[in-house]
Design a protein around this ligand. Structure first.
Ligand code: AP5
Ligand code: MG
Length: 218
């Protein structure tokens, strides 16, 4: 099952991804998580990505396409994968078509999680994330059992550098300009399923699960 999760910053992609990958046993490929890991490790990739991320801008296509290409070629993707946050430009979507073709695969479904802008800022500003396992929490909507500590791995939680209100607004602008056309790209291919993300996590999950069950052949 080869799946893409699309949706604005704070739509709940990472939150739903945690349950999708557990249920369907496919790897979670989040370009945002990959860049944040690289920033923490101080690699060349991290140094390149950091300045774009903190400004709420997209990391250049050639850098992003390169890391996804390498990741999708790994053997754990043979039975399927979940892409979260990629592609987010038409250039990336076209490159992904080429990568899929070279691997003899195709994208089966694109889940578009839609949430209005006015809801998003509160979600982003209250988000807390785990540095170690990338689990996602919210101070109000999904608090951890012990304040500031990840339920899953016991590590301290942190607030992402790009989760300040001004940067979040910039990210929404970038999404509207550069990522909305990606959705049209996949609508034309007839693979988009729209999900109303402005409901409880469990209500969203019910729809996500329903949408994915018909593609699960593991
Ligand atoms: P990335 O990490 O991909 O961030 P994003 O797309 O902006 O999305 P977020 O991770 O902010 O939101 P999400 O949809 O995962 O929501 P979450 O589940 O956490 O990208 C970051 C940066 O990396 C980019 O700006 C760019 O610089 C760079 N980058 C990444 N990919 C790139 C690419 N392909 N090309 C170029 N650059 C790239 O939920 C948010 C909050 O809401 C959480 O607190 C959560 O607990 C809460 N929540 C979730 N669901 C619900 C619900 N149903 N009800 C109430 N609260 C909820
Ligand atoms: Mg995310």
């Amino acid at each position: 099952m080869n799946v893409i999760l699309v949706g604005p910053p704070g739509a709940g992609k990472g939150t739903q991804a945690e349950t999708i990958v557990q249920t369907f046993r496919i790897p979670h490929i989040s370009t945002g998580d990959m860049f944040r890991d690289a920033v923490r490790q101080g690699t060349e990739l991290g140094k390149k990505a950091q300045e774009y991320m903190n400004a709420g801008k997209l990391v250049p296509d050639e850098v992003t396409i390169g890391i996804v290409k390498e990741r999708l070629s790994q053997p754990d993707c043979d039975r399927g994968f979940l892409l979260d946050g990629f592609p987010r430009t038409v250039v990336q979507a076209e490159a992904l078509d080429g990568i899929m073709e070279s691997l003899g695969k195709r994208i089966e479904v694109v889940l578009n999680i839609a949430v209005p802008d006015e809801i998003i800022i509160e979600r982003i500003v209250g988000r807390r994330s785990c540095k170690k396992c990338n689990a996602v929490y919210h101070v109000k909507f999904n608090p951890p059992k012990v304040e500031g500590i990840c339920d899953k791995c016991g590590e301290p939680l942190f607030q992402r550098a790009d989760d300040r209100e001004e940067t979040a607004a910039q990210r929404l602008k970038v999404y509207a300009e550069q990522t909305n056309p990606v959705l049209d790209f996949y609508v034309k291919k007839g693979v988009v399923v729209n999900i109303d993300g402005n409901r409880s996590r469990s209500a969203v999950w019910e729809d996500v699960k329903k949408a994915l069950e018909s593609y699960d052949n593991n």
